[in-house]
Design a protein. Structure first.
Ligand code: MG
Length: 256
């Protein structure tokens, strides 16, 4: 079946481009300290409120420019909608933020059916998220960590922790936080990120919902790209998956 045959009749040519669901951080760009080449202001990818901005390499910038033309590029990110708004890449289609808690339409509106669904899950997880945050605070007397609950529309979505020094400091928190989180939360650890997301809120669930409600996506070619093990579930909804060569997924494969 050719791409044209796979697309419903009557759609504009742009709708027939493959849809590429892509993670952002450590896939399309990374913070300056992870750059393998000098940072360049013209390749600024995302501004950070703490000044630790993210940049693209020369090859990432070239690839992103090509992807913006060749595909319908849909970010699928743990970034909140606020943090996503600080990204400089001109995404002009759907967007998925906050680990799948928010789906934004091409004109920037929140997808309401999904928002109502997430609202219920958020309510069920609120006490657990507050407990994770409070316990971390008890172990942070000398501020080795920064930690917070990511919120959307005033609702708690997921809990995350970052080290203010060595990434390995997160080892001191991981064990008891995982015990406290139990089965109610999905654990994620990659680099300086440790997070706990309520079961049911996920990048995969959001991508699946978007595919379900948009026939032009469902009937077309779907590609996916990401660096983390926790990206794999949403990537497996695609016809083809892509991973950065230096990534958590690539390292895991290399261990086999
Ligand atoms: Mg990533």
């Amino acid at each position: 079946m050719t791409p044209t045959d796979a697309s419903p009749p009557g759609l504009p040519e742009s709708a027939q481009r493959p849809v590429l669901f892509t993670d952002l951080d450590d896939t399309l760009f990374q913070t300056a300290r992870k750059m393998t080449e000098p940072v360049c202001a013209s390749r600024l990818a995302a501004e950070a409120t703490n000044g630790h901005h993210s940049y693209m390499t020369v090859s990432q910038a070239a690839m992103t420019a090509w992807l913006l033309k060749a595909t319908c590029l849909v970010p699928v990110t743990a970034r909140s909608t606020e943090a996503l708004s600080r990204c400089r890449i001109p995404f002009d289609s759907w967007k998925i933020a906050s680990n799948g808690a928010v789906i934004l339409s091409p004109d920037g509106k929140i997808e309401r059916d999904w928002s109502h669904h997430i609202s219920r899950l958020s309510g069920e997880a609120e006490a657990g998220l507050e407990a994770l945050n409070a316990e971390t605070a008890k172990h942070n007397a000398v501020e080795r960590f920064r930690h917070w609950i990511v919120r959307e529309e005033g609702r708690p979505i997921y809990f995350c922790v970052k080290s203010n020094g060595e990434e390995a400091w997160l080892d001191d928190l991981e064990g008891f936080l995982r015990t406290l989180a139990g089965e109610q939360f999905v654990y994620h650890r990659n680099g300086n990120n440790l997070s706990f997301t309520p079961q049911g809120i996920s990048k995969r669930a959001a991508v699946a919902h978007l595919i379900d409600i948009r026939s032009e996506i469902r009937h077309g070619i779907i590609l996916a790209m990401g660096d983390s093990l926790t990206d794999l579930p949403f990537m497996q909804l695609a016809n083809m998956m892509m991973i950065p060569p230096a990534s958590q997924v690539a390292s895991a494969i290399g261990k086999e």
